[in-house]
Design a protein around this ligand. Structure first.
Ligand code: CA
Ligand code: CA
Length: 299
């Protein structure tokens, strides 16, 4: 439970400073290491080896090359290079230029069921592969690939019970800690305040599934906003009312090794199997009634 709360806290903090690229977002979440500086193009040995220029000219060249890439952002798996006219462009990173993983937790498992040394290696490989195999490679989960036992129907039914409760507790925790951190926006705070101050709220704890099911019936209204909030946290690249596999990744990738029903749950959430989870599909799979699904709550 605690791990979940910490994890979603990180998720919320990352989302507040969400970068433009969806995969950069995933990368930030799945690695605990600081973002590795990509090699400066100006330090390219090929350029340094050019012997025709005297030292002064070479420095000017280096600066120019460096500047062209300085403000040129490339998504994960790509690095900036300049062409002959010094125009910066993003090209697939060679996976061998990724720093080696220092610990097992840095490994990631791809949807091809292969373990990659780090998310850097994964995204570099994904970039090189593109869609040439007819399907897009995705990051499946954090950690090395392992056997994940099949999720049976009864377990699948338990998953949203726990997750709804977690989401509500996460929001309450964010609210409690929010004094100066701006973890929540003012609009969000107003919503959570009502949950926080409700005396009937089921306090965080290790509750039985029966109690969680009972509380969902009894205090249904308290669960509506947390489900919408989580959708909004994920739907950012772009914020279009649909979750792609990559947008969902910050939530599902760390969860899969802990919760073996994660994959099946989110697969079935996509009721029309179009590979996107719409707000309506998301809310329905968390038990929110159709009449309570409200785009205005995705704030
Ligand atoms: Ca989206
Ligand atoms: Ca869908």
């Amino acid at each position: 439970m605690r791990v979940w709360i910490l994890f979603v806290l990180c998720l919320a903090a990352s989302a507040r400073a969400a970068p433009a690229e969806e995969e950069a977002f995933v990368e930030e979440l799945v690695t605990e290491e600081p973002v590795v500086e990509e090699p400066e193009v100006g330090a390219n040995p090929v350029q340094i080896e050019v012997g025709e220029f005297d030292e002064a000219i070479e420095i000017v060249e280096d600066d120019a090359v460096e500047n062209a890439c300085l403000n040129h952002h490339c998504k994960k798996g790509k690095v900036c290079e300049v062409d002959e006219s010094n125009t910066p462009m993003c090209v697939c990173q060679d996976p061998t230029t990724c720093p080696p993983a220092e610990a097992e937790f840095e490994h990631v498992c791809g949807t091809d069921n292969k373990t990659y040394d780090s998310s850097c290696h994964f995204f570099a490989t994904k970039c090189a592969e593109g869609t040439k195999k007819g399907h897009k490679l995705h990051l499946d989960y954090v950690g090395p690939c392992k056997f994940i036992e099949p999720c049976v129907d009864s377990e699948l039914h338990e998953f949203p019970l726990r997750m709804r409760d977690w989401l509500k507790n996460v929001l309450v925790t964010l609210y409690e800690r929010d004094l100066d951190h701006n973890l929540l926006t003012e609009k969000q705070k107003l919503r959570v305040k009502k949950i926080y101050e409700n005396e009937k709220r089921l306090q965080a704890g290790d509750h039985s599934l029966d109690l969680l099911a009972h509380d969902f019936k009894k205090n249904y209204n308290m669960y509506i906003f947390p489900v919408h909030w989580q959708f909004g946290q994920l739907d950012q690249h772009p914020a279009d009312g649909y979750l792609t596999h990559s947008e969902l990744s910050p939530l599902r990738a760390p969860l899969i090794p802990m919760e073996h029903c994660t994959t099946r749950f989110f697969e079935e959430c996509d009721a029309d199997s179009d590979n996107y989870i719409a707000l309506e599909e998301w809310a329905a799979c968390f038990g929110v009634k159709e009449q309570d699904i409200d785009k205005e709550l995705v704030i």
